[in-house]
Write a protein of this length. Structure first.
Lengths: 287, 335
């Protein structure tokens, strides 16, 4: 049995990774954009994640993988304090972006989210025109100049590889009238329009068909050197294809709190994981 | 398989129960159908051009007794009733017997068809209800936003409960409150007081509809706006409210329909009028008031006008309901 696992180790992820022309690894990363130190998160009395410590490098794609309920979404949303409106939810420990503690007392979560953009699991464009969707964040920031707005919207839609598909109906079509994949790329365009430094993606492809997913993946690939991207995904192949760094989280069976098992360069984690549990998970032994 | 007795019994019970529900539904619909049929049949006969273009016209009574009315009667404040004796009733028997031409004219006036119209009532209803709605809208919508977007605060629970109590309370209560607080203070029946009373009745409808419609807006929309660094008030006004707009419009129109049909609060605040008044600070006519007054009238013609006024009210509410349907058919969150 052990033999079989060894043979199947990584389910051929090695080939997948080798086929990609990888240039980025954690070791050549400039600095840690996000530092997580002994960070725990609670929903009331329930501890959802326990003592996570990791560094997320700048201008790289970091994937968080793990089975359902391991706290990976909670971890992601803790980074821009999306939990603030949830009653009884609070974080403990240190979570720093560029050395500044996100959970510090004088941090304004509204301002924080202007630095840390977010893309959600289900595409959630506003019921506004395509243009107004992308311009939304810019208008929040107070941009009123029409020409400037047009320029930024076009630039964002081009970077999101959506411009050619929607340029003729920017004002005519609702964002909600697009197809699922287009909606998700619109949401990404909306998120990058304000030039955030970090973009959080919560299973950005799980509601999309394979072709739409591929387009979104290509888009993430094209953004990799401009933003610090943290994505949660259920799809291990996707993590292997898209990310530079992968973190594996797992729920502790006794405390039911999510814990970080391992974080490493994606190729290393998928081909030569240090922890037995990581190996079991990526080889499909459970989860 | 051969149907057993058990099966037949089951079928029978099913039919009886079904029949009972159909019968009960019929009983529930009968009053509605009867009302509409009655109003159309009797109100329809009042319809004419002058009904919509004219205001109140007094009955065509003979004017021979004018000198009685115009006669100078010295008023004695110590004994106000001293000179208020009725004229000698000698001619009354004659009038009943139809002896003189004068009494015949009086009898004709009682039996005559409708004179004049209800234009003053239509304008009055639109103005009183419209101004009332303008008062209720900002309060109702802001309260609805509060209940929906800040729903976890304790005050929200209290407001929600009070709002339900208010929408269930009898409309005369709103009339009495405004009567005491406004009419008695200003010593004047005014249209604006009526608008206030109607606003009290409309606020809970607008509040609860707004709340319910806002709750239907997916949480993902709010999250998206929050994720872009938008403060709650900004996302509420740019994303949440516009998405829920068709549903809110429904509530607003239903509130208008409710207000337009209210009678009791208007009796205590607006009083009524026989002419077109454009000032909100005077008594004013309204369709429900005309229906009420004319129904009590001894003149047959005015009774017909009452049916006509009721007919116009029903049509007004119907139009509002159709507009609601059209408004909610558009894209967006609806009921």
């Amino acid at each position: 049995m052990q033999n079989v696992i060894t043979q199947n180790r990584g389910l051929g992820f090695g080939d997948l990774i080798a086929s990609r022309n990888r240039t980025n690894t954690a070791t050549d990363a400039v600095h840690a954009k996000i530092e997580v130190r002994n960070f725990s998160f609670y929903y009331g009395k329930f501890k959802a994640i326990n003592a996570v410590t990791m560094d997320i490098p700048a201008n790289r794609v970091t994937a968080i993988i793990g089975p359902s309920g391991c706290g990976k979404s909670t971890m992601l949303r803790a980074i821009n304090r999306m939990h603030d409106s949830t009653i009884g939810a609070y974080g403990e420990g240190v979570l720093r972006i560029d050395g500044e503690n996100v959970y510090g007392e004088d941090v304004d979560s509204v301002l924080l989210r202007r630095t840390v953009g977010m893309v959600f699991q289900r595409p959630n464009p506003f019921q506004l025109s395509i243009f107004d969707n992308v311009a939304y964040g810019l208008r929040v920031l107070g941009m009123r100049n029409k020409r400037e707005l047009e320029q930024r919207v076009e630039e964002s839609l081009r970077r999101a590889a959506l411009w050619d598909e929607v340029k003729d109906r920017l004002h005519k079509s609702y964002g909600t009238a697009l197809s699922g994949g287009q909606q998700q790329r619109l949401c990404i365009a909306r998120a990058i329009a304000t030039s955030p430094e970090v973009i959080l993606m919560d299973e950005p492809c799980s509601a999309l068909d394979p072709i739409a997913s591929l387009k979104v993946e290509e888009l993430i690939d094209s953004l990799r050197n401009q933003f610090t991207i943290v994505m949660v995904t259920h799809n291990m192949q996707q993590a292997a294809r898209v990310s530079d760094i992968t973190a594996f989280m797992l729920m502790n069976r006794e405390t039911r709190a999510g814990e970080l098992i391992e974080i490493d360069d994606t190729d290393k984690l998928f081909t030569n994981p240090e922890d037995k549990r990581t190996e079991d998970y990526i080889s499909g032994q459970f989860g | 398989m051969k149907p057993s007795t058990n099966y037949r019994w089951r079928k029978l019970v099913d039919r009886v129960m079904r029949g009972a529900t159909v019968a009960a539904t019929g009983c529930a619909v009968i009053p509605l159908v009867a009302i509409i049929a009655y109003v159309i049949a009797l109100g329809g006969s009042a319809m004419s051009v002058s009904f919509f273009t004219d205001v109140y016209q007094p009955p065509d009574l003979p004017t021979q007794n004018d000198e009685l009315i115009n006669e100078e009667v010295p008023f004695n404040p110590d004994d106000p009733f001293a000179n208020l004796e009725m004229p000698a009733p000698e001619s009354t028997d004659g009038a009943l017997a139809g002896e003189s031409a004068e009494s015949q004219a009086v009898a004709n006036a009682y039996a005559a068809g409708p004179r004049g119209g209800v234009l003053h009532g239509i304008l009055g209803t639109l103005m009183i209800t419209g101004i009332g709605l303008l008062m209720a809208l900002p309060i109702g919508i802001f309260a609805g936003v509060y209940l929906s977007e800040y729903r976890n605060e304790r005050l929200a629970t209290i407001v929600r409960f009070s709002s339900d109590v208010l929408s269930g309370s009898p409309s005369i209560v709103a009339g009495v409150v405004i009567y005491v607080l406004v009419v008695l203070q200003t010593e004047q029946f005014t249209a604006i007081a009526g608008s206030m009373a109607l606003a009290i009745l409309m606020v809970p409808i607008v509040t609860r509809t707004t709340e319910e419609m806002l709750k239907l807006v997916p949480e993902a929309m709010r999250e998206a706006a929050r994720g872009l660094g938008a403060p709650t008030w900004y996302s509420t006004f740019t994303v949440v409210l516009p998405t829920a707009l068709p549903g809110i419009v429904t509530g607003v129109m239903l509130a208008f329909a409710r207000g337009a049909g209210e009678t009791a609060p208007l009796i205590l605040t607006v009083l009524g009028s026989n002419v077109i008044t454009m000032s909100m600070f005077e008594p004013m006519a309204a369709l429900p008031l005309l229906t009420y007054r004319y129904t009590e009238s001894p003149y047959i013609g005015e009774n017909t006008l009452a049916w006509g006024a009721a007919f116009v009210l029903v049509v007004l509410v119907l139009i509002v309901n159709i507009l609601v349907r059209l408004a909610t058919r558009r894209v967006g969150v609806t009921r």
